[in-house]
Design a protein around this ligand. Structure first.
Ligand SMILES: *Cc1c(COP(=O)(O)O)cnc(C)c1O
Length: 371
């Protein structure tokens, strides 16, 4: 049973939940990368291995979100994301796995090879895909799609917010913090001083912050902003934290009510680059270094930028060489190259062909990695 339910049995009765993964995910010391960077105690949390079918940080959220879809007898889930969204893909995969239909409403983003593979895979896992050039166009499209489905199916699709970062979805990372605490108690790693994690729709970082506080693990979460700055703010973090905390407390009154101090929120902006989904030099160097030293595949939108921050902080003295540093890997590592090799992009809806008929961004060219 997941640690959250062991510690709060009432939550187990109350919350929708469907098991999708293998837990705990391993923690592993990164000896070679640590040596290269001069960081003695460098660890990784292998959330690339969460789901047996598809990993990364989304399965932990989907265990609650798709659990809700099943509990409410929905037949279809609808979610939104950028074209290469790992969240939209994970939703399509696990919805399919559970016999649910899925609809992905996708927004224009910079082109990259992982965008192509994610689009192909979503098609392979039977998602109904729609592409939009702007957020207003997507909103308008959502109204139309929902109306159509209500007419056809009588039940509306369950709407899963971008990145799965509702209060419900973020519970997955409250649990992940309790899981880490157990691993510390088992001696698998010392208590991390710093935990580096990508901050997109923020459910991962916020869930971790609340979970760490609840279990008394005194690690500082360093959130690396990878999404646009009007969305990913300290204010958004505080609001999601309070909603998540209030929700858990309302479902189980023994779950404590806590406060978050803005001083304890470290949201870092300097590794974002120009825009969402546009890679950075530093990020791509970090991706290449991780691959070379540890054989772990990262990507340029989230985890590359996050590792770049960890590396830069070691060099500037923001982190000390004797501190315990944990890199939380949020990127899937289950490999679908063989599946994709046999697919033709022309089977996708026509507006998505653009990603296959136009070159990928400059920094994604001429390097051997797939991210
Ligand atoms: C979605 C995603 C994130 C961001 O997580 P949020 O909870 O949205 O902040 C980080 N890394 C990867 C690989 C992701 O797909």
């Amino acid at each position: 049973m997941i640690p959250l339910f062991v510690q709060y049995p009432r939550l187990r009765q109350q919350l929708p939940y469907v098991s999708l993964g293998d837990y705990p995910t391993p923690v592993q010391k990164l000896e070679r990368l640590g040596n290269t960077l001069g960081i003695e105690h460098l660890y990784v949390k292998r959330d690339d291995l969460t789901g047996a079918v598809y990993g990364g940080n989304k399965p932990r959220k989907l265990e609650f979100l798709l659990g809700e879809a099943l509990r409410a007898n929905r037949t279809t889930v609808l979610t939104i994301g950028y074209a290469g969204s790992n969240h939209a893909l994970a939703t399509a995969i696990y919805a399919h796995h559970l016999g649910l239909r899925s609809i992905s409403m996708l927004l224009r983003q910079p082109n990259a090879r992982y965008v192509r593979s994610n689009l192909m895979l979503q098609h392979y896992f039977c998602a109904e895909m729609h592409h939009y050039e702007s957020s207003p166009a997507l909103l308008l499209g959502a109204v139309g799609l929902l109306a159509r489905h209500r007419l056809q199916d009588r039940v509306s699709p369950l709407i899963i917010p971008a990145g799965g970062s509702s209060a419900l979805g973020s519970i997955g990372y409250v649990n992940a913090a309790l899981e880490l605490k157990r691993q510390v108690e088992q001696g698998l790693l010392p208590t991390p001083n710093l935990i580096y994690v990508a901050a997109g729709t923020l459910g991962t970082a916020v869930g971790l912050m609340l979970g760490l506080q609840v279990c008394g693990l005194k690690s500082r979460v360093v959130s690396i902003r990878v999404a646009t700055k009007w969305y990913a703010t300290v204010g958004t973090i505080v609001r999601l934290y309070n909603r998540l905390n209030a929700f858990l407390h309302s479902e189980d009154s023994s779950f404590p009510r806590l406060d978050i101090n803005e001083r304890d929120i470290e949201l870092r902006h300097e590794f974002f680059g120009m825009r969402y989904g546009l890679f950075t030099e530093q990020g791509q160097e970090a991706v290449a270094l991780m691959k070379r030293r540890e054989g772990i595949q990262l990507e340029g939108t989230y985890t590359g930028k996050t590792l770049a921050a960890l590396i830069a902080d070691g060099m500037t003295g923001r982190s000390q060489p004797d501190e315990v540093i944990l890199f939380w890997n949020t990127y899937n590592s289950r490999n679908y190259d063989a599946v994709i090799a046999n697919l033709d992009y022309r089977q996708l809806p026509e507006p998505l062909h653009w990603y296959f008929e136009h070159p990928v961004q400059q920094l994604d060219q001429n390097n051997g990695s797939t991210g």
